[in-house]
Design a protein. Structure first.
Ligand SMILES: *Cc1c(COP(=O)(O)O)cnc(C)c1O
Ligand SMILES: [Zn+2]
Length: 412
């Protein structure tokens, strides 16, 4: 195949620190801890890094020095990332926050933040010479994986539970991906995928590519700092499924501080879950370190991971930074969707509804102070979960095509 990846410098165990070569590895042989990319931060200079970023493409790849791949590696790039950081004054006024920002990741190529992680995972999968790209998913990940595999010109197999909504199958199949409908639950699908990954030379973006895949999430943290003028906010509110996104935003901020690209300052990282799937928020409330798995039942399907791989680390980050992992009710998810759309003109999916609803709760209970500069991460597009609003929205007027009647209706 093509050149070997020159970035990161190594893989490193998140528990014991043991280092490994940059290969398709996921687990430490010493302690079974998860592996994650490690960079030679001492070799990076913050000022030079910022200059290179600002001269780079308007995608997540502008942060290439702190992402997997390296200059010799051909990227799989649909233009994910570098999405708007929107100043949200109207929503801020409604909630009682003086400086609120919405990081709007609903406008990525396949309309969710998953395009970032999949762009990195497929880039590395192709560099490693895998023959097919694959994933286990119930939605956003399936769409993003199918789109990037098409761009890369590599075969794609997407494993889904057999009862998945037709729209999600169409939005995957249209890219030429082969959809494997498995008669079983999402957990059954996942187990099958681990077995297939052992049996065939296929890259499962969120299984055997996971260390590289999760790394793509860091770009959301880098972008936040850059778009604030190379400084960090006081508080971030992040939706939590596996917990990877939350931990990686924290890691991105830490790396920027370490290389001197931003000034060090305290900031708090909070997480958002839905009532029907809140294993990490529950562990936070209970004051325990271990996350007890749950069986998910929530309209926020893209956050419905009952046994979150990074739950332990997400708890740690929230506690160490003075943040909170909180949850909202299923009804509040819909209120959150409406609130963001009505105040800021941004239509998000149910995961974004969770983030906005939890943001509101955190302000109300004083966990976010009014003067804290806050960034809320809106990670998916409302057009993906239209059915969640079905039955909740009706036309305001129903009239005959007649001016008099319309004016009468308008009068009430
Ligand atoms: C997958 C996903 C997340 C969270 O991802 P994790 O890194 O697994 O916590 C958030 N929002 C949306 C819309 C997603 O699809
Ligand atoms: Zn280890």
């Amino acid at each position: 195949m093509s050149a070997r990846p020159t970035s990161p410098a190594a893989l490193q165990c998140r528990i014991c620190g043991q280092r490994y070569p940059v290969e398709p590895l996921t687990i430490c042989e010493e302690c079974f801890g998860p592996l994650e990319p490690a960079y030679d931060l001492d070799a990076l200079d913050g000022v030079a890094f910022r200059k290179a970023v600002e001269a780079g493409p308007a995608t997540l790849w502008r942060y290439e020095a702190l992402l997997p791949g390296g200059p010799e590696i051909e990227r799989v790039d649909l233009g994910a990332g570098f999405t708007p950081l929107r100043r949200a004054d109207a929503l801020g006024r409604r909630l009682g926050l003086e400086r609120l920002w919405i990081k709007d990741d609903s406008v990525n190529p396949s309309n969710s933040f998953k395009d970032r992680v999949v762009s990195v995972a497929t880039t590395m999968a192709r560099a490693f010479g895998f023959e097919a790209i694959s994933c286990a998913s119930t939605g956003n990940l399936a769409n993003a994986t199918a789109a990037h595999a098409a761009k890369a010109g590599i075969d794609c197999y997407v494993f889904v539970p057999d009862d998945l909504e037709r729209a999600k199958i169409i939005a995957t199949e249209v890219y030429g991906a082969k959809v494997v409908a498995v008669r079983g639950t999402y957990d059954d699908v996942n187990r099958l995928c681990s077995e297939v990954a052992d049996a065939l030379p296929w890259a499962f973006v969120n299984v055997n590519m996971r260390p590289y895949y999760a790394e793509g999430s860091k770009s959301l943290g880098f972008e936040t700092a850059e778009q604030l003028g190379w400084r960090l906010p006081d508080h971030v509110v992040v939706p939590v499924a596996s917990g990877a996104l939350l931990t990686k935003i924290h890691r991105a901020f830490g790396e920027l501080i370490a290389i001197g690209a931003v000034e060090a300052k305290p900031y708090r990282v909070s997480g958002a879950q839905a009532e029907g799937c809140r294993p990490v928020a529950q562990a936070f409330e209970d004051g325990v370190e271990e996350v007890t798995p749950v069986k998910p039942s929530t309209i926020a399907r893209s956050l419905a991971i009952g046994n979150p791989a990074d739950g332990y680390f997400a708890l740690k980050v929230a506690r160490e930074t003075g943040g909170v992992i909180a949850w909202c009710t299923e009804d509040e998810i819909l209120e959150g969707i409406h609130l963001l759309a009505e105040t800021e003109g941004v239509f998000t999916e149910t995961a974004g509804g969770v983030t906005i609803a939890v943001l509101k709760r955190l302000v109300e209970r004083g966990s976010i102070r009014p003067d804290e500069e806050t960034v809320a991460y809106v990670t998916g597009n409302g057009y993906k979960t239209i059915e969640a609003l079905e039955g909740h929205v009706e036309p305001t007027f129903r009239v005959a095509p007649d001016l008099e009647r319309f004016l009468a209706a308008l009068q009430g």
